[in-house]
Design a binder for this molecule. Structure first.
Ligand SMILES: [Cu+2]
Length: 505
């Protein structure tokens, strides 16, 4: 019998190194015709309506074709899978009408945004089937890539998996942004990266086993903007890629197959102070980064994403020891060997004559100094995964699972705090905090890597790692409506690795 590993990589070989189609993840790959052009999400700038800019979003069921002749049931926003790119201007007030045409409850959360809690799109702002929810807020973000996605109570995992997510690009109309390529769809592209598992009938397969919940749902096919193994025809010398790891649980190292370097210019919530030359960039679910790719050499380039497997072996062994998994099938089925394989993300083919791009500025912006002395309080958060997987008690923060009726932390408006997050489990967890863009003070007592010195809303914690964050709570308080903090492995979030805080005046 062939193991999945044999099926995936043994027979086809690592063809991506040859620049050929290496995306042979699924048994359905025979139904995948030649490479398709990268899908660029439609840009939705909203309609000026007096004092605000209005967007109409319809959450809907749809049918998508990822594999020829094998239709897939999906969820999208104004379309079958994923949604449009919402373009928002700094300083503008936006009003977003979200109509839920599904047969199930849902929500829409503005990941990375600083908004009043009642407009945050958490499980406290459920949109019933047939209902419409309107969020209105001023855009107070720095220019960057953000995203919207389902945050439905215990259903974020399956809903995002089916497609309920989309990008948001915040721009500064006063052009205080550094002069980087910014023609959407031409030299400025969002890339939403999501792994998925398909059945032979073409339908998405979700959470078949305890293993899928424990490790988080992982697939063997990579979707990029809802397409497989896409190609992009580049017309400019420089290409700006806005990367979003929109996967349910996978962590990837992004790089080019030829190992050539690129410039990292931004993190989750804004630009870095200057461009950093890097050859590999790790993003966990929820994290974003902006990179600049130099195409002046005129050769095609293949971006790949290598799944990481830190701690996964240990986790699997621990589960095996406790008889959690029983049998061997899961060892072959999971992707603990994934660290040695790679997904194709984007094949970039330059035109013969490239339009000139602006030269990259040496300095982008100055961040506020990170001084832990200004913090008035330190809070501790310990992430744990129990092995006694009775529903709801396995995934905890500070020993407690998410309870909609319990406020875990009360913070004071206009204060700065240190949040010390500790990963006491055997696998990595991306920790996301609503309402704020924070700064990373240190990891296990050491300063963060340079690309993590900017604005962040999601931080990856390796097993046994301790990370200290500096956060300021400004502008909005509401003693009754909480914000969330949680693991961004969506199966962990749904299983309870989440807590609630309110900001009080
Ligand atoms: Cu987690």
């Amino acid at each position: 019998m062939l193991t999945r590993r044999d099926t995936l990589w043994g027979m086809g070989g690592l063809s991506l190194t040859l620049g050929a189609c290496g995306q042979a993840g699924s048994a359905l790959s025979q139904h995948q015709s030649e490479r398709k052009l990268l899908k660029i999400p439609q840009l939705l700038s909203g309609k000026k309506n007096g004092a605000y800019t209005e967007y109409n979003l319809k959450i809907q069921n749809g049918t998508s074709t990822f594999f020829e002749g094998r239709p897939t049931s999906t969820i999208g926003v104004n379309q079958a899978y994923l949604g449009p790119t919402l373009k928002m201007d700094v300083g503008s007030t936006v009003r977003i009408n979200v109509n839920n045409t599904l047969q199930e409850d849902t929500t829409l959360h503005w990941h990375g945004f600083h908004v009043p809690a009642k407009y945050d799109g958490t499980p406290h702002q459920t949109i019933k089937p047939g209902g419409t929810w309107t969020a209105q807020f001023e855009v107070r973000q720095k220019p960057s890539l953000f995203w919207y996605h389902s945050h439905a109570h215990k259903q974020a995992g399956p809903q995002v998996y089916r497609g309920l997510a989309g990008p948001i690009i915040v721009k500064d109309p006063n052009r205080t942004e550094p002069a980087l390529p910014d023609t959407y769809g031409v030299d400025d592209l969002p890339l939403i990266v999501q792994d998925r598992l398909f059945g032979n009938n073409g339908e998405l397969v979700y959470a078949r086993s305890m293993h899928d919940i424990m490790m988080g749902m992982q697939g063997d096919t990579l979707l990029v903007n809802g397409g497989i193994d896409p190609v992009f025809e580049c017309k400019t010398e420089l290409l700006r890629l806005r990367l979003l790891n929109g996967s349910n649980s996978r962590i990837y190292d992004f790089q080019f197959a030829d190992r050539q370097s690129f410039l990292t210019t931004g993190s989750d919530g804004g630009h870095l102070e200057s461009a950093l030359e890097m050859s590999k960039l790790r993003l966990s679910p929820g994290e974003r980064a902006e990179i600049l790719v130099d195409m002046r050499h005129g050769e095609p380039k293949q971006m790949i994403a290598t799944p990481t497997s830190d701690g996964m072996g240990m986790m699997d062994d621990a589960m095996m020891d406790r008889g959690m998994m029983g049998g061997r099938w899961w060892r072959e089925d999971n992707n603990r060997d994934g660290g040695r394989s790679a997904f194709n993300v984007l094949h970039i083919v330059p035109n013969a004559n490239l339009d000139p791009s602006p030269s990259v500025p040496t300095a982008f912006m100055k961040h506020a100094v990170v001084d832990p002395a200004i913090a008035v309080k330190t809070r501790q958060f310990v992430l744990q995964m129990g092995m006694g997987m009775r529903a709801g008690n396995g995934f905890t923060i500070n020993g407690r699972s998410m309870d909609m009726g319990r406020i875990d932390e009360r913070v004071k408006l206009n204060t700065t705090e240190i949040w010390e997050i500790e990963n006491a489990s055997w696998m990595p967890h991306p920790f996301h905090i609503h309402d704020v863009q924070f700064r990373i003070l240190d990891r296990n007592g050491r300063p963060p890597a340079q690309h993590e010195t900017g604005l962040k809303d999601t931080v990856l914690l390796s097993p046994r790692e301790r990370v200290r964050l500096l956060l300021s709570f400004r502008d909005y308080s509401d003693p009754d409506t909480p914000y969330m903090y949680h693991c961004h492995i969506l199966e962990h979030e749904d299983a309870g690795m989440m807590g609630q805080f309110v900001v009080e005046s």
